[in-house]
Design a protein around this ligand. Structure first.
Ligand SMILES: O=P(O)(O)OC[C@H]1O[C@H](OP(=O)(O)OP(=O)(O)O)[C@H](O)[C@@H]1O
Ligand SMILES: NC(=O)CC[C@H](N)C(=O)O
Ligand SMILES: [Mg+2]
Length: 500
């Protein structure tokens, strides 16, 4: 997942986009970029790094104009370390388009070949998002019946884009001199919401927190398959452009990716995590008697709501046993196993008194590669815990994700092809309690009965787009750079050394 935002206003938007990206930083830590538009000219700044490091005062001053968009990147395709694959991407025709994308295309390779041979378009990076932009540009070229561009021509282009591309995509594009286009894949896998501020500024963004935190009132989600075109005067046009839209949001957004204060597709992420804690509590009781647990300790940050609810239901004390260094980012979304492992120790430190001589139940939101759990269980033992139990608010992650979460291969997943007992041995805890897949779906799905289902592919192996084979998964990995086991980008551990 990445974080994306787009704005149409009657005032300069550079600071507003920056602020929204900061609120979406948890969705991508690897690169950030902003484009603004003034008098049909685009102004862009993008680079690797976190938002606060990428944009210095001089960069912000060079982003004039009353509309624009931005992205924070968490790479899931192409080269994790390439500055050129930072977003937004730009094409000069038709009109000039810049685009940001959250998600992952599953047919990007085939499209790239097709774009070259049939559409005569050159793709200069390994990014699936550059492919997406070129498909959109080609379709817009075909559908445009004159200048100025009409919303219906834009919608025709999006309809054709839906026909050509596969996978997950929440997209925001700015068409020079015309307006801001936002659309979502026909399954609504990745989130996208829209809101408005008192002065009439319209904002589209990945999570409601980006709207709320910048004083915009949430109006609605973009529907799966729907396209919204916001003209430069703020007029909003909307149309359903998919043939069979269905709402199957990614369940991992609720488990881990999104901020708890966001509401996605009508579901409070916080409430979803409380519910997961509740159902997990029932699983714990059937494995370890609560009388054998002295204290419940969350593994910061994302597991906290589930852990509090679980402790409450079991009638056990909830204590903070790990302190998080707030200057280290989220470890799961870092590229390279070496850096992830090192970061767990940098990020979390124990409060020894909470462990000494106690039976502790550690709670995490999910166990993916097992990097965090292995380190944490050892840290709890080193701090003197008698018994260390571990509960995961999500079920075992057993299948690769192809829709924008960086879990490209099954071999890296600690639970793939292993029984719970085998995973327990690897992690080194005294008992391991996982959430159940159906219980997870029910706990979250009950919060919005209008959902058609979830994309829960990393848990149940069912890919909602229905067209994913083992060969596709292998192919999707062929062009990945920077995700190999042990791969380490040491530069990210260095302190920022910018001098203005
Ligand atoms: O099994 P693993 O491969 O280690 O992945 C799972 C862990 O990674 C995430 O934490 P992260 O540090 O990314 O973010 P958080 O602070 O939001 O919990 C998640 O919350 C788990 O703790
Ligand atoms: N996580 C995402 O949404 C990634 C977007 C895009 N596939 C990239 O790798 O840059
Ligand atoms: Mg965590």
């Amino acid at each position: 997942m990445c974080g994306i935002v787009g704005v149409v206003s009657s005032a300069p938007v550079n600071q507003l986009i920056y602020d929204a990206l900061l609120l979406l930083q948890h969705r991508g830590q690897d690169a950030a970029g902003i484009v603004t538009q003034q008098e049909r000219k685009f102004f862009m700044h993008k680079a690797k790094g976190m938002v606060r490091d990428v944009f210095r005062t001089r960069n912000m001053r060079a982003l004039p104009g009353n509309c624009g968009l931005g992205q924070v990147r968490y790479p899931t395709a192409g080269n994790a370390y390439s500055e050129e694959e930072a977003q937004p991407f730009y094409v000069n025709a038709p009109f000039g388009i810049v685009l940001v994308h959250n998600g992952n295309l599953t047919n990007a390779q085939a499209l790239k070949a097709e774009l070259f041979s049939a559409d005569h378009r050159h793709i200069n990076t390994e990014s699936d998002s550059e492919v997406l932009l070129n498909v959109l540009a080609h379709e817009l070229e075909k559908s445009t019946r004159g200048v100025p561009l009409q919303p219906d021509d834009v919608f025709t282009a999006v309809r054709n884009v839906h026909r050509r591309i596969r996978g997950s995509y929440a997209v925001i594009a700015l068409i020079a001199g015309h307006g801001l286009l936002a659309f979502r894949d026909p399954f609504g896998i990745r989130p996208l919401a829209m809101g408005r501020s008192k002065d009439g500024t319209v904002m589209v963004g990945s999570e409601s927190v980006a709207l709320e935190g910048t004083s915009h009132v949430f109006e609605r989600n973009i529907d799966p398959g729907e396209a919204v075109f916001i003209a430069l005067d703020g007029t909003v046009h909307a149309k359903q452009c998919a043939e069979r839209p269905r709402l199957h949001p990614c369940i991992f957004e609720f488990v881990y990716l999104a901020r708890p204060d966001s509401v996605l597709d009508g579901i409070s992420v916080y409430q979803a995590r409380l519910n997961l804690g509740e159902t997990l509590a029932k699983r714990v009781i059937s494995t370890v008697p609560p009388s054998d647990i002295d204290v419940v300790i969350p593994i910061p940050e994302s597991s906290r709501p589930s852990a509090t609810q679980l402790a409450h239901l079991l009638g056990l004390p909830y204590r903070e046993g790990f302190v998080k260094n707030r200057y280290v980012g989220r470890t799961f979304i870092m590229p390279g196993q070496g850096v992830r492992k090192k970061s767990v120790r940098q990020k979390l430190n124990v409060i020894g008194s909470e462990f000494k001589g106690r039976n502790v139940l550690l709670v995490d939101d999910s166990i993916v590669r097992g990097t965090t759990s292995r380190e944490i269980v050892q840290m709890a033992r080193d701090a003197g815990a008698r018994k260390v139990y571990l509960a995961s608010a999500a079920p075992p992650v057993r299948f690769p994700n192809v829709y924008g979460i960086d879990m490209p291969t099954s071999s890296e997943l600690v639970a793939h092809g292993r029984s719970v007992e085998e995973v327990r041995e690897i992690i080194g805890c005294d008992a391991l309690i996982y959430q159940d897949v159906d219980a997870m779906k029910k706990a979250i799905g009950s919060l919005n009965p209008k959902l058609d289902g979830f994309d829960a592919s990393c848990f149940d192996g069912v890919y909602v787009t229905g067209d994913i084979t083992a060969a596709d998964i292998a192919r999707l990995n062929e062009n990945r750079v920077g995700v190999e086991e042990g791969g380490e980008d040491t530069s990210r551990l260095a302190l920022p050394n910018h001098v203005d």
